[in-house]
Design a protein around this ligand. Structure first.
Ligand code: GAR
Length: 202
């Protein structure tokens, strides 16, 4: 059985592209049934269009409250009946209505080694702190900011003359392979969350 993925993006969508490429192989075990975004005219949506994947947009500003947006986003995602929701560079926190429906099967990739440097400035915060090793984390989304149960992590060195952009690009190379490897395993083997651990296998 092929796992149905809905991928959420806000920007360039290179993580999405890595998943699109992986899903081209039927042995990968997953297919992207839709791509959603919180804004228009982003490269991520263009990548989906090019691959013939249906897209949808839910902008916070189009709703009377953050909660209404969250409910609408959950409705749009639900229409595609996903097995797994992958937040891949989606720069919004998912709220209670969304997690009531998709909690436990929504994962997010973060450009730092959790629990260090949560939030939207992971690479900049790591550089500012002066750590010598940072990386990326794939986790099951909960109501906190990057606090969910960790599924996978990859360490990445920080070099002395790194800028935020250079460091983030190095992290993103590791992030794409972590995402592709781990989503493939989750799709093919199934997984269970037990306390703070994720176990692969049905
Ligand atoms: C990725 O590095 C992802 O971890 C990060 O945005 C980038 C998106 O790149 N997400 C966050 O910082 C969320 N807190 P992409 O659009 O090229 O996939």
């Amino acid at each position: 059985m092929t796992a149905r993925l809905v991928v959420l993006v806000s920007g360039s969508g290179t993580n999405l592209q890595a998943l699109i490429d992986a899903c081209a192989d039927p042995a990968y075990g997953a297919s992207i049934v839709a791509v959603g975004a919180d804004r228009d005219a982003i490269l991520g949506l263009e990548r989906a269009d090019r691959a013939g994947i249906p897209t949808f947009v839910a902008k916070v500003g189009d709703f009377t409250s953050r909660d209404r947006w969250d409910e609408a986003l959950a409705d749009k995602v639900a229409a595609f009946e996903p097995d797994l929701v992958v937040s891949a560079g989606f720069m919004k926190l998912l709220g209670p209505a969304f997690l009531a429906r998709f909690g436990g099967r929504t994962i997010n990739t973060h450009p730092a080694l959790s629990p260090s440097f949560p939030g939207i400035h992971g690479p900049a915060d790591a550089l500012e702190y002066g750590v010598k090793v940072t990386g990326c984390t794939l986790f099951v989304v909960d109501e906190g900011v990057d606090t969910g149960v960790i599924v996978a992590q990859t360490a990445v060195p920080v070099e002395d003359d790194d800028t935020v952009e250079v460091l983030h690009e190095r992290i993103k190379v590791a992030e794409r392979s972590m995402l592709v490897d781990t989503v493939g395993r989750m799709a093919r083997e199934g997984f269970a969350v037990e306390g703070r651990r994720v176990r692969f296998g049905a």
